[in-house]
Design a protein around this ligand. Structure first.
Ligand code: 48F
Length: 256
């Protein structure tokens, strides 16, 4: 006989244990797009206690949607080694242009990251940051359903040594810090520079260059890096996202 209350206990008990294990962690990542998942994989693989909060139900951010809902992504030569690292299969379309199934890419990134030890919690939104003496020391979270229903319910805090904004185009965590710190970001104007129009070639290079600390203990990767430091968008080419995720992980591991 299947005991339904045992199912209930199994779910609540294991979830709460996992959540408690990251109330204080090494790294918190906001956003489970390709750059956040890739960063989480390398951080967890290197033994850092890493947690990722994702607002949505599904993982992968803009990746599963491919280009205009055609579920394919393109990766350039520089990103090919990362496709191999994540066991994502691909075919060469033209020299230097590799095309992969965006659903397989999302599944492989997710699976590898979780198996490396990354704790992922979906349906949770980062709505604020913990700032102490002009340094980010964690994030403030709430259920996404609370945000959607616009209910007045107080959030809770999670502490970490570093925070990564991998929230993509809106760079939501950086914008919170910008708003509350009075324009003291490590960008040239001290504010969010803003995303520029699509130019894949330049954007792919810049997203990696712009992957760095944007405020003490707060890093940006992926499209959030170009939004924060000012760079174009790139459309459905994903090498830069993966390389950026790896780069931000390496910067934080080095700091350790
Ligand atoms: O947008 P997204 O996929 O970020 P990314 O890793 O990749 C960008 C590409 O998908 C594509 C592109 C490149 O080729 O231009 O757009 O930079 O994923 C961002 C994730 O962050 C979540 C959001 O639901 C999405 O899954 N997110 C956004 N704000 C928050 C958040 C928040 N405040 N708290 C938690 N998750």
């Amino acid at each position: 006989m299947i005991e339904e209350t045992t199912i209930t206990k199994a779910i609540i008990d294991t979830y709460i244990k996992d959540l408690l294990a990251c109330v204080e962690s090494d790294v918190i990542i906001g956003g489970a797009g390709p750059s956040g998942l890739c960063a989480g994989y390398y951080l967890a693989k290197n033994g850092l206690n890493t947690v990722l909060f994702e607002r949505g139900l599904k993982l992968g951010g803009g990746m599963p949607g491919g280009g205009i809902m055609f579920n394919r992504i393109v990766v350039q030569e520089e990103g090919r080694a990362l496709l191999d690292e994540f066991d994502i299969r691909y075919q060469q379309y033209e020299p230097g242009y590799y095309v992969a199934n965006s659903l397989e890419a999302t599944a492989c990134l997710t699976s590898k990251a979780i198996k490396a030890g990354l704790r992922i919690f979906n349906l949770i939104t980062i709505e604020d940051v913990m700032v102490r003496e002009n340094r980010v020391e964690g994030v403030v979270i709430n259920w996404s359903s609370v945000e959607m229903a616009k209910m007045h319910i107080d959030p809770v805090s999670f502490k970490s040594r570093s925070v990564i904004d991998a929230t993509g185009h809106p760079c939501e965590i950086v914008r919170i810090v910008e708003r509350k710190s009075g324009g003291t970001l490590l960008t040239s104007s001290g504010r969010v520079e803003g995303e520029k129009s699509m130019w894949a070639d330049v954007a792919e290079r810049m997203t990696v260059e712009n992957t760095k600390e944007v405020y003490p203990n707060l890093y940006v990767c992926g499209m959030a890096a170009n939004a924060a430091f000012g760079g174009p968008r790139m459309g459905p080419i994903f090498g830069g996202m993966l390389i950026s995720g790896k780069k931000v992980a390496e910067s934080i591991i080095k700091k350790k």
